[in-house]
Structures are given as structure tokens and as C-alpha cells.
Design a protein around this ligand. Structure first.
Ligand SMILES: NC(=O)c1ccc[n+]([C@@H]2O[C@H](COP(=O)([O-])OP(=O)(O)OC[C@H]3O[C@@H](n4cnc5c(N)ncnc54)[C@H](O)[C@@H]3O)[C@@H](O)[C@H]2O)c1
Ligand SMILES: O=C(O)[C@H](O)COP(=O)(O)O
Length: 476
């Protein structure tokens, strides 16, 4: 797969279901404006579609055509929260306009900035609420350069046909390694000893300090991170049990237990690796903490809302828990250097970290590559593989010949749509077509050959006018 930038290419397209930036056809290009009408100095009465420069291939075939939404230089991308250079470079190499910010933006600034962009890239801090999404007039795709997507109003994004991509496992190993370190640190009270030494206090203690060998680790949420952690913990001699809503294959000699309570009662260390959902909100409160063994430890590197912080502080101060490591908080400061407050500050044997579970060079670099590639494939080819909120649809490469187009149609999932589209395409040569649905939304891709600019314009207009239309794009 090559992501080499193409020569300017302008598409009849509402890539983000909104007005298209005005064409900037390179010299010699025949360009097609938003309405599909050939325009620009070199517009001719001819087909209006230039054979692409053979700069790369799609789908591994030398006869494959590189598709573009329209002049890629008109695509505007906003990257927030210090998204990795690997992503910035890959997106710029496409010719897109990329604006980067090291921090999350305040709501009013984001509302203004997001108005004009086709794609936004965020991490866990930026909240893309209904209000923000409604301000985003041209937005067609969101890249979450992290695992969690709870910071995006997914339902609203979906209703607007905005695709959302994330990186499902590129930082899993980093989180699992952090948790292994924390298990050892907590078990040996290293946080407290370190603090004392920095204050000039020599306090050599062995009481209540343990090896982790032979101890039981209870993992809540046995997904990418939980299962990776399971393998690492067993290799250090721990026994592993886990609780998950889904029945899952236990790795190594780990065992799935029947209930959350069983896990809490049997574990020396309890670690949370669930997503933020309605079900996991306040999952560990006073009742659950009281079920944990006397002197056991709690680790949370999932989401801050999963643990009731005042209850945890109480359990630590009373000595019921032997310690805790917390990486995520219900309210996190917006940026580095901002004030952090929590009832956990000063609790005994309590490790507090600023949401750094996935913050390693390796993870950030891999995430940058993975998410930027998903964004490029969606913008340039219409591919929704890996989208968390759209049905996953792809077609093999379009043939590299003149006058062939790809129709990408995001629509409401109601009866009768395919018949309507079939009628619109009836007199054309549909090379291939695929469609799938997910809940209230469906996505169709169709490659059509031998179409004139007038026919493209007609297809585009008629598809857009269907009552079920959410987003219609045509790619060349
Ligand atoms: N601290 C960090 O920097 C950091 C980094 C990466 C991920 N995370 C957080 O960790 C979470 C987990 O990541 P992952 O990649 O392992 O996710 P995952 O989707 O691979 O696994 C989550 C698991 O939790 C289970 N689950 C869901 N609801 C549950 C419930 N109510 N009770 C029990 N199990 C439940 C799922 O079935 C799944 O097996 C992410 O959603 C993210 O919020 C934090
Ligand atoms: O969801 C995630 O992947 C983690 O919470 C990490 O988020 P971050 O990219 O904001 O560090």
C-alpha cells in the first residue's frame, strides 16, 4: 500500500457531507467541482477524468487505481493532544492540510476550529460532545489516537455519518507492563519508601511487604490488556483469575470466575481493564471494596469513572486495603502543569500517575501509524474497516481505467434502500458492490465503470436526494 501524494485531483464529492473546498486543479488537470461539473482552465467537454499517475497501488494490483476524494490539498485535518509525528507525517504526505496542537483545546476554541475541518484526531482528553459535533459542519471522520472512544458521542457521530476510528490494541502492552510494575511496587510499599527517602527519612521495613510469587491476581475485563497482563503475571509466578461479561478462553492456567464478587473475595490484587460504559460506571464502590481481602490491593488503569474515589480513599485510610495504584480519574486536568486534586492524595501506599498507561514511545508511534492509515483509507478509498461505529465495508481495488468511479453511500438502515440505489444505477456497469448495516446505519460501496461526467453528476444528485441519504461521496 502506498500513500504517496497524488497530483491534484478534484472530486465531485461532499466528502464530509458539506460544501467542498474550491478546486485547485494542478496545471493540466481537468477538475470537477462539488456539483460534479467539469471546471477550471482545462475543463473540456470530454470525460473530465484523468488517468491517475501510477504512483502507487491499492490492493496489491499494479492495475489498481489510487482513489482520491478530491484535491487532497483541500482536506483539512485538526490533530490535538500531541498526536504522534508518525501520524502527522503520514497525513501530510497525502497532501492534506494538517494543523497540530500539543494540548486539548478549550470548548469554545474547539467549536471554532472544528467548524472547517474534514477530520479531527484526538486522544482521551478531548470530549467530542453533541454540541461540538453539531458545530463541525464538514466533519466526516474522527481518529481517536488511543483505545478508548468514550470521549466521543458515538451515537450522535453515527447519526451524522461521521466515521470513528481508534487504535484497539497498540498500547495494550504498555498498560500491561505498567500494571506489572505497580503490582511489585505496591507489594513492597516502594512508593512510600521512595517518598520517605526523598524527605531524608531512612525507614527499613519488611512488615507487610511481600513477594508476588504465588499471589492471586484478579483481572476485571479480560480483553486486549487484561489477557496480555494475564500472561505476564503468570510468568512471574502469580495465579490469575478473571471476570468478564463474555465467556472467554483463559490463557495459560488462568481461570474465569463466575462473578465479580468471587473475584473480589479471592484476589490479593484486583486490576481493572474494562471500558467506560453505563455498566462499568462506579463498578467498584464501598460494597465491592468491602468484599476485597484485608490488606489486598486495587489497581485502576481503565477509566476514572469505574471506581468511586471517596470509597477507595476510605478503604485505604482505614487499612482495609494495603494500597492502590490509580492512573485514571473521574476529573483529569486539561493539560500538563494544571492543578490536580483528589481525595487519594496522601493515602498510604497509594501510587498516583497522570494517565500514562499508554504513554510510551512505542505505543504512541504505533498508534500514529495505525490510526492515520485508517483515516487515509477512509478519506481516499471509502474503506470503513476498523471503524467502531459504522459497518465495516471495503471493496477490492477499482480498475485503473478512465471513467470509473466509486460510490460511497452512508444511509439510514431502513427497508427499500438497495432497490432505490439499484434503480439509480440500473443503466450503468456496476463492477462490484458491497453493503452492510450496523444498527440504525448502513454503508454501501459500489464501483461503476464507463461513466461520463454528466452521468456522474446525475448519479451523485440522485443518490444524495434519496430520503435515506446521510453522506454520499464519489471517489475517482
Ligand atoms: N490508562 C491508560 O492509559 C489506558 C490505555 C489503554 C486503555 N485504557 C482503558 O482500558 C480499557 C480496556 O482496554 P482493552 O484494550 O483491554 O479493551 P478491550 O475492549 O479489549 O477489553 C475490555 C474487556 O472488558 C470486558 N467488559 C466490558 N464490560 C464489562 C463489565 N461490565 N464487566 C466485566 N467485563 C466487562 C469486555 O468484555 C472486554 O473483554 C479501555 O476501554 C480504556 O478505557 C486505558
Ligand atoms: O484510551 C486509551 O488508549 C488510553 O486512555 C490512553 O489515552 P491517551 O492517548 O490520552 O494517553
Amino acid at each position: 500500500m502506498s500513500f504517496a501524494p497524488s497530483t491534484a485531483r478534484v472530486m465531485p464529492n461532499n466528502v464530509m457531507n458539506t460544501p467542498i473546498p474550491s478546486p485547485q486543479g494542478a496545471s493540466g488537470d481537468t477538475t470537477i467541482n462539488v456539483n460534479g461539473i467539469p471546471s477550471g482552465a482545462n475543463a473540456t467537454a470530454g470525460p473530465g477524468i484523468r488517468r491517475r499517475d501510477r504512483q502507487g497501488s491499492f490492493g496489491g494490483s499494479s492495475r489498481a487505481k489510487v482513489l482520491r476524494p478530491f484535491n487532497t490539498a483541500n482536506i483539512k485535518i485538526l490533530l490535538l493532544e500531541n498526536v504522534n509525528e508518525t501520524a502527522v507525517g503520514a497525513l501530510r504526505a497525502q497532501g492534506y492540510q494538517v494543523e497540530t496542537h500539543a494540548k486539548a483545546l478549550a470548548e469554545d476554541v474547539l467549536m471554532e476550529k472544528i467548524k472547517d475541518v474534514h477530520c479531527v484526531g484526538i486522544r482521551s482528553k478531548t470530549k467530542l460532545t453533541k454540541k461540538i459535533l453539531d458545530a463541525a459542519e464538514k466533519l466526516g471522520v474522527i481518529g481517536c489516537f488511543c483505545i478508548g472512544t468514550n470521549q466521543v458521542d458515538l451515537e450522535h457521530a453515527t447519526s451524522k455519518g461521521i466515521a470513528v476510528f481508534n487504535s484497539p490494541f497498540s498500547n495494550s502492552r504498555s498498560v500491561a507492563e505498567l500494571v506489572i510494575a505497580e503490582i511489585v511496587l505496591l507489594s513492597r510499599q516502594l512508593g512510600d519508601r521512595n517518598n520517605e527517602m526523598h524527605q531524608g527519612i531512612w525507614s527499613k521495613v519488611s512488615a507487610n511487604c511481600y513477594e508476588i510469587r504465588g499471589k492471586t491476581l484478579g483481572i476485571i475485563g479480560y480483553g486486549h490488556i487484561g489477557s496480555q497482563l494475564s500472561v505476564l503475571a503468570e510468568s512471574m509466578g502469580m495465579r490469575v483469575i478473571f471476570h468478564d461479561v463474555a465467556p472467554l478462553m483463559p490463557l495459560g492456567t488462568s481461570k474465569q470466575v463466575h462473578s465479580l464478587n468471587e473475584l473480589l473475595e479471592k484476589s490479593d490484587f484486583v486490576t481493572l481493564h474494562v471500558p467506560e460504559t453505563e455498566d462499568t460506571m462506579n463498578m467498584i464502590g464501598e460494597n465491592e471494596l468491602s468484599r476485597m481481602k484485608q490488606g489486598s490491593f486495587l489497581i485502576n488503569a481503565s477509566r476514572g469513572t469505574v471506581v468511586v474515589i471517596p470509597a477507595l480513599a476510605k478503604a485505604l485510610k482505614s487499612g482495609h486495603l494495603g494500597g492502590a495504584a490509580v492512573d485514571v480519574f473521574p476529573k483529569e486536568p486539561a493539560a500538563n502543569g494544571k492543578f490536580f486534586e483528589s481525595e487519594l492524595i496522601g493515602c498510604p501506599n497509594t501510587l498516583l500517575t497522570p494517565h500514562i498507561g499508554g504513554s510510551t514511545e512505542e505505543a504512541q508511534s504505533m498508534i500514529g501509524v495505525e490510526v492515520s492509515q485508517a483515516l487515509i483509507k477512509f478519506i481516499n478509498n471509502g474503506t470503513s474497516i476498523g471503524a467502531v461505529n459504522l459497518p465495516e465495508v471495503d471493496l477490492r481495488a477499482i480498475r485503473d481505467e478512465e471513467n470509473s468511479i466509486r460510490l460511497c453511500y452512508t444511509h439510514s438502515n431502513v427497508p427499500g434502500v438497495l432497490l432505490r440505489i439499484t434503480n439509480i444505477l440500473a443503466e450503468h456497469n456496476v463492477d462490484k458492490q458491497f453493503s452492510d448495516s450496523k444498527g440504525k446505519i448502513a454503508y454501501l460501496m459500489a464501483d461503476i465503470s464507463d461513466v461520463t461526467p454528466e452521468q456522474i453528476q446525475d448519479i451523485y444528485r440522485r443518490v444524495r436526494e434519496t430520503p435515506t441519504n446521510i453522506v454520499t461521496r464519489i471517489l475517482y
